[in-house]
Design a protein around this ligand. Structure first.
Ligand code: ADP
Ligand code: MG
Length: 469
């Protein structure tokens, strides 16, 4: 009773800040910055928290993605039975969360030395430099050449010699999933930096770009956002098929694209289809894309698959008998990612269970990971794939085992269930070892963090992801 009275006299700002502290610990910082920072707490009355959000879309997004988290947090901070009400700002003019002036388009300074004011990549950048956001592993040195990538690879090398000053602008790299598009695009970035360390190189995937644009829009600093991108010398945009149907983002991107081209800056675009077949993108834009070089990455031949496997095994310092490598190359032909998935699984199984890497093990791994028919992704199919990958008995995920490898497998299963299904956190927890909602949240966060810093975990997660599709 007392406690409740005390709650009521606490002011809404302080309560909201306490909630923010909890939320911040449970989601990636970029999501926190985008979706929680701009919220303004309005009032706290009758156990109802009213918060002001910039738009309907924003409220819907919070509801769809964070209602569990908000509910849990409110219960923790304010007690049970708390209600949440959104107050929506209709007019930009009355917006109270604006942090920056919109102003006019900031002219692009040819030799601007760095990031003056606005940088949509806050977490890995400082004010003076733009971090290229490239994966250190994705270089030309580790990219195995084959007939499947010959044109794209040599065009990429030529671009790195003279970015923007060649006929390959833009270069449009396309092909199926797992064929090396991202790797090659980033290799062009690294090689450019190596030849021209003064150039500003930047990699971004289309989803990230879209999220940054949304954030810039909410903060009323779209012009700063455009100006930031317009000062890049070599811009790599990955997976632009995801721009489909997003007219606002496409317009902004087109504006940036045109300005960069006008200024002789290099653009590298990546998609899963040729510009001819891409759906849902503006025709004006597709026509422009066709002006440059369209280079397809195809499925690697048997020879190239063997070469890729050999190179991978060598860089990882593994010992895998030749007949095992041949078996993999023969049976896994769809994508390089799948090839890597099989090798990673073998590695994981041999270290975790001390199994010898031999034909028996490899045929088991190949058939469980690769030959899987089309399936719908469910919490239980995810558990199955995780167990196949690590060679664990399915019941281990349900057990109370605290063994490191079991804990990690369980957490990865939770993380992937969150990512690929619409099942609620508490139901995921129920299905995976009867854990509670908070444990699942914690697992998702832990794996999200690990994926960013631990290459091994990143590869495992990617391999399991590709086996789900
Ligand atoms: P995509 O972007 O086309 O889906 P990725 O670039 O992510 O594919 O490649 C999937 C995996 O395969 C990555 O780990 C990448 O390093 C590897 N890979 C792809 N092509 C090659 C190649 N030619 N040589 C070496 N590794 C490759
Ligand atoms: Mg990719």
């Amino acid at each position: 009773m007392n406690e409740y009275r005390e709650m009521e006299v606490k002011d809404h700002v302080r309560l909201w800040n306490e909630c923010l502290a909890v939320i911040k610990d449970n989601i990636p910082s970029s999501a926190f910055e985008t979706w929680f920072k701009p919220i303004v707490p309005e009032s706290w009355e009758d156990k109802t928290m009213t918060i002001t959000v910039p738009s309907n879309f924003y409220a819907e997004f919070l509801d769809e993605h964070y209602s569990d988290l908000l509910k849990q947090t409110f219960t923790r901070v304010m007690g049970s039975g708390t209600k949440l009400v959104y107050s929506i700002i209709q007019e930009a003019a009355t917006q109270t969360t604006v942090e920056r002036n919109s102003g006019h388009v900031i002219p692009v300074k040819e030799n601007a030395s760095g990031v003056d004011s606005y940088n949509p990549f806050p977490e890995r950048s400082n004010r003076k430099r733009i971090e290229p956001q490239l994966n250190p592993h994705y270089t030309f040195d580790t990219f195995v050449e084959g007939a499947c990538n010959k044109l794209a690879r040599s065009a990429g090398l030529a671009i790195a010699e003279a970015p923007g000053k060649n006929t390959f602008n833009p270069i449009f790299i396309y092909g199926g999933s797992g064929l090396g598009k991202t790797h090659l695009a980033q290799a062009i970035g690294w090689a450019t930096l190596e030849k021209h360390p003064e150039k500003k190189v930047l990699y971004v995937d289309s989803n990230r770009f879209q999220a940054q644009y949304t954030e810039a829009h909410l903060r009323n600093c779209v012009n700063d956002f455009i100006a930031f991108y317009q000062m890049i010398d070599l811009l790599i945009v990955d997976d632009i098929q995801f721009f489909a149907g997003k007219t606002g983002t496409q317009n902004i991107f087109f504006q940036i694209f045109n300005q960069l081209q006008l200024n002789g800056k290099q653009i590298v675009l990546v998609a899963d289809q040729s510009p001819k077949l891409l759906q849902g993108l503006d025709d004006r834009m597709l026509t422009r894309f066709r002006w440059g070089l369209n280079a397809e990455l195809e499925q690697p031949s048997m020879e190239t698959r063997k070469a890729i496997l050999k190179s991978k095994v060598k860089t990882d310092g593994l010992i895998i008998p030749d007949n095992v490598l041949d078996y993999i190359a023969e049976h896994v032909s769809d994508s390089v990612r799948e090839l890597e998935g099989v090798v990673n699984s073998l590695l994981a199984q041999s270290t975790l269970t001390d199994a010898e890497i031999n034909m028996e093990l490899v045929s088991k791994v190949v058939s469980s990971l690769v030959a899987a028919p089309e399936r719908t992704v469910t919490v239980s199919s995810i558990q199955e794939m995780v167990c196949n990958y690590y060679g664990l008995e399915p019941r281990m995920l349900q057990s109370n085992s605290r063994k490191r490898e079991v804990v990690q497998a369980r957490q990865i299963a939770m993380f992937l269930s969150r990512k690929y299904t619409k099942v609620s956190l508490s139901s995921i927890g129920e299905q995976i070892g009867n854990r509670d909602h908070a444990t699942v949240l914690y697992a998702c966060k832990a794996i999200q963090n690990l994926v960013e810093v631990d290459k091994e975990v990143q590869r495992s997660v990617e391999a399991i992801e590709s086996s789900l599709k």
